[in-house]
Design a protein around this ligand. Structure first.
Ligand SMILES: Cc1ncc(COP(=O)(O)O)c(C=O)c1O
Length: 444
């Protein structure tokens, strides 16, 4: 048995063993726990009371910083007034207000909103809307989904099946049938190019190849993240998303943008769809929607898609047999309404646009640092990819651990070090994050 595969001795008297942690090297964690006890603004505090910069906005979900009073107060008020009501056949006012506000923010036409508890649930919801939409129009053979290599769409069966990150797939069997994956967009020609890559719009033609192979009338939808986040910030090549849109439109394939990370300002505008000028037929959102305070996600659906599904069902019938106990949870709605108000009142997306150029310049400046093999970024999303040392991902994970000791919480996607600062971070705080990363890469 190799050393790597040897089980650690049971840490029998360790009180931390009972939580099986998600997406975590549990055995390593028990040896070197990284406990976060408190947070305020763009800082966490560990159990010794030491400060750590939040270099990843939580998990891309706290753009406004931690402990926003307005959100806390809105949540408290909502809990006092109505803590829960069943979302099936009943509704709460806050959910309708939120859906209306979101419809006004979203690209024109994407104005029917269904809520869910997290990004993975939103993805399942979107995939099922696509299937039912085709079916009620007599096109029930449209059952295939097209995803993309290195895509991440959460961890539920539909989501990991259309996703393309191998570790998230390989332990779980074959997944959803009828799924094909386009090639990812990280190509040699665009290495070190910050922003949209010059080359590779034609990678979208992979979708056309699947049409030729399977027939358009078997394909329900194509799902992509406009910027692939979890795999280490893959920015679309210039023109790629437009091309994907054209092919989907030409063949009656629904285009789903998974904006769970990019939604609500990360690119400097409300949605990446706005930034890249491409409107999908469905869009999934989560994370920043409530500033991470309460779990919540949403799917925006083109009005006529919803109408088609509604019209197909007999009067008084449930039209879409889908939903979650915590869909449109009133407390989550209150958190989201308060979050959207801050985005508006403080013109937060403009702040992102102001911070972006210096941030991307600092990420791009890693070019030439020994061992750095690529830099990528767009908006307040940046990645520095380093040469692996030994097993792929080991060096990235080692930097994540050392960063915690050096006062920084970050994401490591394999050997790509990812920074996604909160929108309320100062230029100086962002520079401090980058400097810690620079030092750690140098020492690694
Ligand atoms: C693009 C994308 N889709 C879906 C998800 C899944 O969201 P959740 O973890 O809330 O289920 C994520 C999470 O990071 C994501 O980045």
């Amino acid at each position: 048995m190799s050393a790597a595969a040897r089980p650690s001795p049971p840490p029998s008297n360790n009180p931390l063993v009972h939580q099986w942690m998600p997406f975590t090297a549990n055995r390593q964690f028990l040896e070197q726990p990284r406990l976060i006890a408190r947070a305020e603004g763009v800082y966490y505090y560990n159990t010794r009371g030491e400060k750590l910069l939040d270099g990843s906005s939580g998990l891309y979900c706290i753009p406004l910083g931690h402990g926003r009073r307005e959100i806390r107060e809105a949540v408290t008020r909502q809990m006092e007034e109505l803590d829960y009501a069943p979302p099936f056949q009943y509704g709460v006012p806050a959910a309708f207000r939120l859906a209306e506000e979101m419809a006004q923010m979203l690209p024109a036409g994407l104005n029917r909103i269904m809520f869910a508890g997290g990004g993975s649930e939103a993805v399942e919801t979107a995939l099922k809307v696509a299937l039912q939409y085709h079916r009620v129009r007599g096109k029930g053979a449209r059952q295939r989904f097209i995803g993309r290599e290195r895509g991440y769409h959460g961890v539920n069966f539909g989501g990991w099946s259309v996703g393309g990150m191998v570790n998230n797939r390989k332990a779980f069997g074959v997944g959803l049938p009828g799924v094909a994956h386009m090639r990812h967009t990280r190509i040699q020609e665009n290495l070190f190019e910050m922003g949209e890559g010059t080359y590779g719009a034609d990678l979208a033609d992979d979708l056309e190849r699947f049409v030729n192979l399977h027939g358009a009338d078997t394909i329900a939808a194509c799902i992509v993240e406009p910027i692939a986040g979890s795999t280490g910030i893959l920015v679309p090549p210039h023109g790629y998303l437009k091309r994907l849109r054209e092919i989907c439109t030409k063949h009656g394939i629904l285009l789903i943008f998974d904006e769970v990370i990019t939604g609500f300002g990360r690119t400097g505008e409300a949605f990446a769809a706005d930034t890249f000028g491409v409107v999908p037929d469905l869009m999934t959102m989560a994370k920043a929607l409530t500033n991470g305070v309460i779990p919540m996600a949403a799917v925006a659906v083109r009005e006529d898609i919803q109408q088609t599904i509604l019209d197909a069902a007999p009067e008084d019938n449930v039209e879409f047999y889908h939903g979650y106990t915590y869909s449109a949870h009133p407390v989550a709605c209150a958190a989201a309404l308060a979050t959207l108000k801050i985005f508006r009142d403080e013109d937060i997306f403009a702040q992102v646009r102001t911070l972006t150029p210096a941030f991307l310049e600092q990420i791009g400046a890693f070019r030439g640092v020994p061992g750095v093999v690529d830099t990528r970024g767009f908006g307040l999303l940046g990645a520095i990819e380093i040469e692996p040392h030994g097993k792929p991902g080991a060096r990235g994970f080692s930097i994540l651990r050392k960063a915690f000791e050096s006062g920084l919480v970050l994401r490591a996607a394999g050997d790509s070090i990812v920074l996604a600062p909160p929108f309320v971070a100062t230029p100086d705080e962002i520079s401090q994050m980058v400097e810690i990363v620079r030092k750690l890469i140098k020492e690694s």
